[in-house]
Design a protein around this ligand. Structure first.
Ligand SMILES: Nc1ncnc2c1ncn2[C@@H]1O[C@H](COP(=O)(O)OP(=O)(O)OP(=O)(O)O)[C@@H](O)[C@H]1O
Ligand SMILES: [Mg+2]
Length: 279
């Protein structure tokens, strides 16, 4: 729970203005909004990287005011926008081991866990390589692995789909699906409207340090004004639905995904063919 949170950077920029927000355990929530809206600043307050100038943050009913970053990082895992900012070890293996350090595991346990995680993320083949010598997509994957190995209850991703190919996005989707089965809370910052519309049930829209909308994604991202104010574009299925509606098509508001749209159009063509054959 975020209560009346204000954050002003040392240079005087107030990036968060009286933010109030409740996110429940097990929720999958999206945060959207144009560049500079305050999204990254907001999530940095959640794991103690920065402390609110005013207001309070409660995680599992505890005010985190005096909780150290070290202990918060076991509860809240933050995967940065730019993966290279969180990778610094000499090899992939060391990166994971370093991340596990605060758990005081024995050498064997730490090695076992590291092997498991590298295997799960299909990064074993690079285990002795420097994290600097990975592709953008791979380093993002390593950044996720280095947080996942700590098994935090709250996972926060800053732009996870940016620059990822279709296979990696699919891997990411399966990953969050599995985490949700364990009732993990997942927060995803994204500019990817199609991704949010299809996979994220709740969306928070931010603008100029404030929350301007909070609700079911399929409702929030249908609002033309809100979407334009956030420098986003309407989801393709929504654009199609509006275009069809303006041509006199009926019940187009049920088109929420690509498969809905395909089915709708298939049905239309089938009916049209049937009508033609009947004539
Ligand atoms: N370290 C910093 N020092 C001073 N001002 C900052 C700093 N980081 C961000 N800001 C400012 O705070 C505001 C919010 O920035 P933030 O990074 O939270 O935006 P964002 O919504 O994550 O944007 P983007 O979509 O571009 O990632 C912006 O006006 C930005 O210029
Ligand atoms: Mg950001």
């Amino acid at each position: 729970m975020i209560k009346d949170v204000v954050y002003t950077y040392p240079n005087g920029t107030t990036a968060l203005k009286e933010i109030n927000l409740n996110i429940y355990q097990g929720e999958l929530v999206g945060i959207m909004g144009k560049n500079g809206a305050g999204k990254t600043t907001l999530i940095r307050t959640l794991n103690g990287l920065i402390r609110p100038t005013q207001g309070n943050i409660y995680i599992n009913n505890n005010n985190i005011k005096n909780t150290t970053i070290a202990s918060l990082s076991k509860e809240v895992g933050l995967i940065f926008q730019n993966a290279s900012h969180q990778l610094f070890a000499n090899t992939l293996e060391d990166e994971i081991k370093f991340s596990l350090k605060s758990f005081n595991l024995s050498k064997e346990e730490s090695q076992k866990k590291t092997n498991e995680i590298l295997h799960q993320f299909n990064l074993e083949k690079y285990k002795n390589r420097s994290p600097l010598n990975l592709s953008g997509g791979e380093s993002k994957k390593l950044a996720i692995a280095s947080i996942f190995c700590r098994d935090p209850d709250i996972l926060i991703f800053d732009e996870p789909t940016l620059g990822q190919d279709a296979k990696e996005i699919d891997f990411f989707l399966r990953l969050i699906k599995k985490e949700r089965e364990y009732n993990k809370t997942i927060i995803i910052i994204t500019h990817n409207v199609e991704f949010a519309f299809e996979y994220i049930p709740r969306t928070i829209l931010m603008a100029e340090g404030k929350i301007i909308a909070d609700g079911p994604t399929q409702k929030v991202l249908k609002n033309k004004k809100l979407v334009e104010d956030s420098s986003l574009v309407l989801p393709q299925s929504q654009q199609l639905s509006l275009a069809l509606e303006s041509e006199g098509f009926q019940n187009t508001d049920t088109l929420l995904s690509k498969s809905d749209a395909t089915l709708y159009l298939m049905q239309f063509f089938k009916n049209a063919i049937r009508r033609n054959q009947g004539e």
